[in-house]
Design a protein around this ligand. Sequence first.
Ligand SMILES: Cc1ncc(COP(=O)(O)O)c(C=O)c1O
Length: 416
Amino acid sequence: MSTAASYNPALPHATDCRLAVHGGRPIQPEGPPTWPLLDAAVETALNRAFADGSWGKYHGSHCLALNEMLVTMHSREHVVLTCSGTAAVELALRGLRVGTGDEVLLSAYDFEGNFKNVLAVGAKPVLIDIDPQTGQLDVTQLELARSPQTKAIIASHLHGGVVDMPALRAFANQYQLAVIEDAAQMPGAMIHGRIAGTWGDIGILSFGGSKLLTSGRGGALFTNDSTIVQRIRLHTQRGNDTYPLSELQAAVLLPQFERLTERNRRRAANVGLLLEMLRDTKGLSSFVGSNDCGNSFKSLDFPIVTARVNQPGFYKLGFWYDSAQFGGLSRDQFACSLRAEGIALDPGFRALHLTHSKGRFRAVNDLPNASRADTSLLVLHHPVLLGSENDLRQIAEALSKVTRSVCQDELQKRHH
Ligand SMILES: Cc1ncc(COP(=O)(O)O)c(C=O)c1O
């Protein structure tokens, strides 16, 4: 096990090898960086919105400007601003006229709101397994999942991974199925030369409080189809907009877009650095840059792969966790130890087929990879990816510390 090799005893706190979870000194005593960052441009926008009264108005220039910006950024004709990403997916389904008797294909490992939205419009979710390496919807299983009732596919890019959109798009075109592309976790990412969200008939974004672009709450959808937008307007406009994004939210979002590309680049570069630091760590394999070498990854693959086809976004950085490499420590115990060390590493989503009653969905098979994801995925939260090299080193250090402690426990058990 080579993780101990990457532990540098010259680093501060190396003498206190007790885990923070057992009362030792955390590697990062201040905890992970908070989000959102202090941002002078947002402060200016807030002050302006205060001065001109737009903070308290129904309508004004900020939502119009945000709308225009999203239209240009995604080269789509129509944008609908919404109160959340979840609402955007619901409206997308309604705009496509998905309803009772219809089926919607989606990954068995996805944001729960996507599953619940399908139920909310009266349709049936059909769950598809994930790719065992990338953790994304396995597009090779779409054909197995399709039925005469299939109306749409929801494709979510998760944790720095990217769904194979060219293959998914070709499948959808072949059977005239609609695609909702959920880019909530990667605004501004590039997927096979197209900006995330534009492979779908409808793309969606989230501006929730933890997201890369945040207004606390909020979302958007974009499409070229005016009929879809017309149906959405009929549903939402009831003398007032029932799913609105406010002027104040739009005001604070606008300056964040100006730095999105630069920040996406910085996050991606830091992911490359971090993976390089963790390259000898067994038992963790990243969604990005993973290869076929069992449980290890070679981070050097990352820039090569991404430069060729994708520039993902990093709301979270996903890892497969192999407890056997950590003395049987469960994924949840591992995440808890890392949290105590001040690192924002958390369990991933629950798998949908394991958390909802069987009568509510159809599944193509036993969904073995999504079942594994339920207990084996870890996600690193993004704010640290805008940090310094030292911040990243602390992640590697914390991982080493936990690993060393597990190894020592193992040795002690053997001696007794
Ligand atoms: C993939 C995905 N889709 C949709 C959403 C929903 O976004 P919101 O929180 O704005 O409702 C999320 C939120 O985390 C998400 O991760």
